[in-house]
Design a protein around this ligand. Structure first.
Ligand SMILES: NC(=O)c1ccc[n+]([C@@H]2O[C@H](COP(=O)([O-])OP(=O)(O)OC[C@H]3O[C@@H](n4cnc5c(N)ncnc54)[C@H](OP(=O)(O)O)[C@@H]3O)[C@@H](O)[C@H]2O)c1
Length: 292
């Protein structure tokens, strides 16, 4: 049992994910009733056990939600051209609505280059440069899953964001940077005063200590300690590092004694990220079917 005194409200991701997935299930049923079978294709490169496991979990969940999941498994020696060819085939297949490339991919391959081959409208991770551009311009399109999941998590738990100061530790492409764009948008569940800090701001605790909402997005285990948190603040732990199967979060568990609300060590941002992937996939199918 943890020795940390927890006074903070726990912001679980599970009910948020359940709600999003219930909406996805309804949308899938409506598509099927209209004669469209939503398809989320998956691509695995190499033989990494963990990646193979993650793909299996997503395929199982896709099947439960009513998607079909055509799958391609390329060998660890596949070339960049092989990967591009698979993506080009899925781009051309009008029955495939979304494509997921499990990452990391083997070191000799360039994930970002491959991503640029993918049709942006089939990019369920929301990470294609066109989709990042759409996000920056406030245009509709697939949203990056982890940032979209964090906005949904805060909204679900009734955490006011509009007009409040959000400080994000980390400006990475997956989390910190797109989250800053998302939460600064003019929308009731966003509309925040967003500050992003990173290694270029050595005195970053000066900013995190004044945050009403603090998001850890650094991937440095334990970087957020209680002295970095304003008493009563909302703390969202997005950054994690894996050592083998061990998950090491950015937010030290002792922060729960200072925060007013905090995501749990496990079951916070993770489930909402996966739910957003399926939301992107079903929306891609809706767009393709003219049912968006
Ligand atoms: N929970 C989930 O489902 C989920 C999903 C996706 C990603 N993640 C996690 O989110 C984290 C961020 O991923 P990412 O790809 O967006 O970012 P990233 O590219 O790994 O960048 C990390 C950011 O943190 C900053 N940083 C690192 N060490 C720091 C330090 N000591 N002091 C201040 N700033 C520091 C870096 O600053 P500089 O820019 O100055 O180098 C950088 O901006 C990772 O841990 C990733 O595993 C979690």
């Amino acid at each position: 049992m943890s020795s940390v005194e927890t006074t903070a409200r726990i912001l679980s991701g599970k009910p948020v994910a359940d709600q999003v997935l219930a909406e996805v299930t309804e949308a899938v049923q409506a598509l099927r009733a209209a004669g469209v079978t939503p398809a989320l294709a998956t691509v695995l490169v190499g033989d990494d056990d963990a990646s193979a496991g993650y793909i299996r979990i997503k395929q199982r969940q896709a099947a439960e939600l009513g998607f079909v999941s055509p799958h391609v498994h390329l060998s660890a020696s596949a070339s960049q051209a092989d990967l591009h060819a698979v993506l080009a085939d899925f781009n051309a297949d009008k029955d495939v609505h979304g494509v997921l490339v499990q990452h990391p991919i083997p070191g000799h391959l360039d994930y970002d280059r491959a991503l640029q081959v993918l049709d942006p409208d089939k990019d369920v991770d929301g990470m294609h440069p066109v989709n990042m551009g759409r996000l920056a311009l406030g245009l509709p399109g697939p949203l990056p899953c982890t940032p979209a999941g964090i906005e949904a998590l805060l909204a679900y738990h009734g955490v006011p964001v509009s007009g409040r100061e959000v400080v994000i530790l980390g400006r990475g492409a997956t989390l910190g940077r797109p989250l800053a764009m998302l939460l600064a948008q003019k929308r009731p569940t966003a509309n925040a005063a967003v500050t992003v800090v990173h290694t270029g701001v050595p005195d970053w605790p000066r900013y995190t200590r004044r945050a009403e909402i603090l998001v850890a997005a650094a991937g440095v285990p334990g970087i957020i300690q209680p002295e970095h948190v304003r008493p009563g603040a909302v703390v969202v732990g997005g950054g994690v590092r894996y050592e083998g199967r061990r998950l090491l979060p950015d937010v030290d568990e002792s922060c729960a004694a200072v925060a007013g609300a905090i995501t749990p060590r496990v079951g916070g941002v993770g489930p909402t990220t996966v739910a957003m992937l399926f939301r992107n996939a079903v929306r891609a199918a809706q767009r393709a079917a003219g049912m968006a």
